[in-house]
Design a protein around this ligand. Structure first.
Ligand code: NAP
Length: 444
């Protein structure tokens, strides 16, 4: 959806744009990644819907590209193919104990509370008091907020019912958000930090010495980072006013950053076959500013916890052997969205840039891809002189292979059912949680 904007193929000439999606439902990360308590971010769905309903745009859900249909077949059917399938893998910590019960990737944890069918069975064990989140990006803060939010807030969101029930029973009272570098290098943004600071029934719990020298460095920081760091300093070091102190005293849950720490081992409780804690290496910084590097000091520290969520970044995966892939950077090598050494193939979104940036960043980078495509059409680099069959030939192939696509109006039936189910419990929607259920609703 992002590839379409003001300068895009769909407003160009008489081009037809078809969107293929593995799941029966559209919107990818907006549906399955954006936190349930951020409904305003999901409003972008309205723009995507307008695009999908354009007379020259068609949506084909339930089609697994690379499996049901190959890239080569798509290239035969279309003048141009844009890959925009995001980053569904996650960076692994590469430490012993990572596979123990009680350790989850943020990707799966987020997928679980957002109703991603493949994460339905996750059922994380929330019977412990302390949870450790590794990484200090916005995803880490989303997970921390969901773990600590009062249930009355969550039950008005589109969080899934099983996640809501598990969180209502959760024993987690303390969340530590661990970063390998220092406060000046933290990856989250100010809005997400402010949400943590203001989260009802929680109080911050920081280590004052982590902020040594930070105040002095403020003056050299670029403005957004300066404001973020000031808020952290205020939260960590300032004596709060009377009202805030009272609020903090009453809070039943705590959260805090732990800086200069890298995971070295997840510790096992052998008798229970699950985790007992995490061993962290103590780091120091080499260099200054945002580019400073974490260097091991040789010291380690153990933290007891019953839940570890690894939130150290997402990663794109290759889709088809015919598409060049840079496994080191985990992206498709490209120049302004033109996939290198693959005429007629383009990419956009996190597959193009790596997993960084907010939705607006991704939209802008996708508009660049669309611009490249239009330029290539206009310059003749992309040969559009011969008619190509598009969805007609792909539809025939899929039929032969027993694959029935879900159209956008089929999705609207799912949307209707979800919204109605949500209404009865005061939620904006109650998501269908399995592909089978989605297909059943789509095709009735
Ligand atoms: P991120 O912002 O890149 O943060 C990744 C975190 O993991 C950083 O703290 C990073 O530390 C740490 N890390 C990476 N490799 C590590 C390792 N080997 N050991 C220890 N720590 C490691 O990624 P993200 O949180 O997954 O978010 C992805 C993108 O989505 C970001 O651009 C984010 O802003 C965006 N997003 C936005 C929102 C929102 O707007 N509300 C919500 C969710 C996500 P270093 O800095 O030291 O590398």
């Amino acid at each position: 959806f992002n590839t379409k904007g003001t300068t895009h193929p769909i407003t160009h000439h008489r081009s037809q744009v078809d969107i293929y999606e593995r799941l029966p439902v559209p919107f990818g990360l907006v549906r399955f990644g954006v936190a349930p308590d951020h409904p305003e971010v999901k409003n972008v769905i309205n723009t995507f819907t307008q695009t999908a309903k354009h007379s020259r745009c068609s949506f084909f859900g339930n089609v697994n590209v690379g499996k049901n249909v190959s890239i080569a077949e798509l290239q035969q059917a279309y003048h141009a193919v844009v890959l925009s399938y995001g980053a569904e893998g996650n960076r692994s910590m590469g430490v012993p104990g990572e596979d123990l019960d009680g350790v989850y990737s943020a990707k799966d944890f987020v997928g679980w509370y957002n109703g991603l069918p493949s994460c339905r069975e996750l059922s994380p064990d929330l019977s412990c008091e302390t949870a450790v989140i590794l990484g200090q990006g916005n995803v880490a803060l989303d997970v921390a907020r969901i773990l600590l939010s009062p249930i009355d807030i969550l039950k008005k969101t589109d969080i899934t019912q099983p996640a809501l029930e598990a969180l209502a029973e959760s024993q987690v009272r303390r969340v530590l958000i661990v970063g390998r570098r220092g406060p000046i290098q933290i990856a989250c943004t100010i809005k997400e930090l402010r949400e943590m600071v203001n989260l009802p029934d929680t109080r911050p719990d920081m280590v004052a010495s982590d902020f040594d020298g930070v105040k002095e460095a403020l003056k050299d920081l670029p403005r957004p980072r300066k404001r973020l760091t000031e808020l952290m300093l205020k939260t960590a070091l300032e004596v709060p006013g009377e009202k805030e102190q009272e609020r903090r005293n009453k809070a039943s849950r705590t959260w805090g950053f732990r800086f200069f720490r890298s995971p070295v081992e997840v510790l096992a409780d052998i008798s229970r076959g699950r985790i007992a804690g995490i061993r962290l290496a103590v780091n120091r910084l080499e260099g200054s500013g945002e580019g400073a590097q974490a260097v091991l000091t040789g010291e380690v520290e153990d933290v007891s916890c019953g839940l570890v969520v690894s939130s150290i970044g997402y990663k794109s995966l290759p889709i088809d052997p015919s598409v060049p892939f840079d496994s080191h950077k985990a992206i498709v090598p490209n120049t302004m969205g033109r996939i290198q050494r693959a005429a007629g193939l383009y990419c956009s979104g996190w597959l193009k840039t790596g997993p960084t940036g907010v939705i607006a960043t991704t939209m802008n980078n996708s508009f660049d891809t669309a611009r490249s495509l239009v330029e290539d059409m206009e310059s003749g680099k992309l040969d559009v002189s011969a008619i190509k069959p598009g969805s007609q030939s792909i539809g025939a192939l899929l039929e032969k292979r027993g694959v029935k696509p879900v159209t956008f109006s089929d999705w609207e039936k799912i949307d209707n059912v979800e919204t109605k189910r949500g209404e009865s419990s005061g939620k904006p929607r109650e998501k269908l949680l399995t592909v089978e259920e989605m297909l059943q609703v789509a095709w009735t």
